[in-house]
Write a protein that binds this ligand. Sequence first.
Ligand code: NAP
Length: 237
Amino acid sequence: MQQVALVTGSNRGIGFEIAKQLALKKIQVVLTSRNPTNGDVALRKLTRDGIKKVVFMQLDVSNQVSVDGLSNEVEKTFGRLDILVNNAAILIDRDDVVASNADLEIIKATLETNLIGAWRMCKAFIPLMKKNGYGRIVNVSSGAGQFEYMATSGGYWPAYSVSKTSLNALTVMLASELRGTNILVNAVCPGWVRTDMGGSNAPRSVEEGAAIPVWLATLPDGGPTGHNYYDKKQISW
Ligand code: NAP
């Protein structure tokens, strides 16, 4: 059976690399981008490298109409979705902002993409996964969402941090709800990675950042669920 994977925010950065690595494993990949031109450029980069099992579909995770349109298109085209990687995220906290003076509009906008965007995607695709008795959901989170980090960070990146903590909470709830359905749900911190978000000083390449999300996306039946990972090690919430 041809497996189908969808990666949110896969026109660049870690998401692009996850899409590429999944396609190299002969999985049919739906590469998504909120900007169709950028999505098309990303798709052409892959096809130029001889990677064929990729199609592009437009997706803005902060827009319910966009998510509904995409889920209809995926169901019509493939009739299934085996792997969902919730990778799309924004980090728009100003560097000088801490929790006590955070801009609530920034918090709302961040949650809309990083938490509710992923939640929308889960709601849209879990029914299809249930129908096929198979699913792997990977929530690309961050060490910034760990309680331990927040307890010692001095309130740095408040909107981003809280959005990733809530994404972790969603991971735990879904994993618990879906136990016994063969839908495995895990969160992962990719590490500090050289992307537009991570910046050029980050120690990890996108290949390194994508490796564990890809591992979690391709877990065997009976694999772990409801955990948070850094490399292949379970980490605390
Ligand atoms: P990035 O280079 O900034 O790329 C983010 C991607 O998300 C882009 O494709 C962007 O699309 C997309 N996106 C943002 N808002 C979206 C929306 N509303 N709908 C659809 N797509 C949207 O980030 P990255 O470094 O690759 O990060 C990928 C994931 O890893 C994120 O979840 C991030 O929080 C996590 N992470 C990264 C690091 C790091 O060091 N880089 C560390 C820990 C965790 P556009 O091109 O249209 O903006």
